[in-house]
Design a protein around this ligand. Sequence first.
Ligand SMILES: Cc1ncc(COP(=O)(O)O)c(C=O)c1O
Length: 352
Amino acid sequence: MRLPDFPWDLLAPYKKIASAHPDGLVDLSIGTPVDPSPEVMQAALAASGNAPGYPLTIGSTQLRESLSRWIRTKFFPTGDIDFLPTIGSKEIVGLLPTILQAKKVLIPEVAYPTYQVGALVAGAQWVGVNDDCESWPTDGDLVWINSPANPHGRVLDADQLRAIITWARATETVVVSDECYFELGWERDPVSLLQMADGDCRGLLVAHSLSKSFNAAGYRSAFIAGDPEIIGTIREVRKHLGLIMPAPIQRALAAALDSPSEIGQQKERYRARRTMLRSALDSAGFEITDSEAGLYLWSTRGEECWKTVAWAAERGILVTPGIFYGTKGASHIRVALTATDDDIRRACERLA
Ligand SMILES: Cc1ncc(COP(=O)(O)O)c(C=O)c1O
């Protein structure tokens, strides 16, 4: 199997240049949270060190109650639905085509690279598609959608999601909506695929994660929800492979889900950082496109992205070239909001 080169290695020379800045590197390249994980998660984890037995793949009774409540309250789905905790959402993005034995996987044409990797690992063909489902190939087994999207922050609205569901039913394609940035809407409130299912989740799945909204990427805590039959298949495979969320993490995940107010405070931090950074990028002559939601400003100076990456590196700022996400991203850079207030302030001063 031939996987693409790990793209971050290509950024190393620019990191070296940016790190030589007299006032140090400001790294806005990776979407990894930097603020503290919620106390409730930390306390639940600290209290859960005694875990002699194997945890349940489906999640403990406590976790299942918390997940069920969360899913019903957030996405108010009706009808038959099941769910499963996963080890981060990257696990499911990477493995789902293999688990479902997909032969042809549709992925967004500008996207998180792991959708493509997941198809390659499964030995499946992959095809990049735009947001208009009418133009999609009808002979795929699985389509990934991502709203709000990484890297460009676009949100699929209710009509687009309804059209995708209709298309999926007509073409018998499984739709998986990666909604790991769901809580981070700025100019538009994200809508979940589950909210549009009208009580019939057949062929539909959503993937959610606590990594970004709860500053919990280190916990690897996420879940999928949707079609009980598909979840059943995934559960069986994960049981056989021993892909189980560790018991202490299950407790921490339940504690977080029982404390939804934790998200609000973090969201306000990102809102303030986004406002500052957006205005600094505007003043420095960047055009910011999409970026309605999520953790990134998808920005362009109307030139080839590596040129902009070099320009930023000379100012001690590391950003991600849009080409990492597909050829259509070749004239954009992705600027992450996941840095401390101090780093965001320093980045803004340097952009000025
Ligand atoms: C679109 C998208 N999906 C999934 C993930 C994986 O997140 P995690 O495994 O932390 O849940 C990321 C991480 O950046 C992402 O951007």
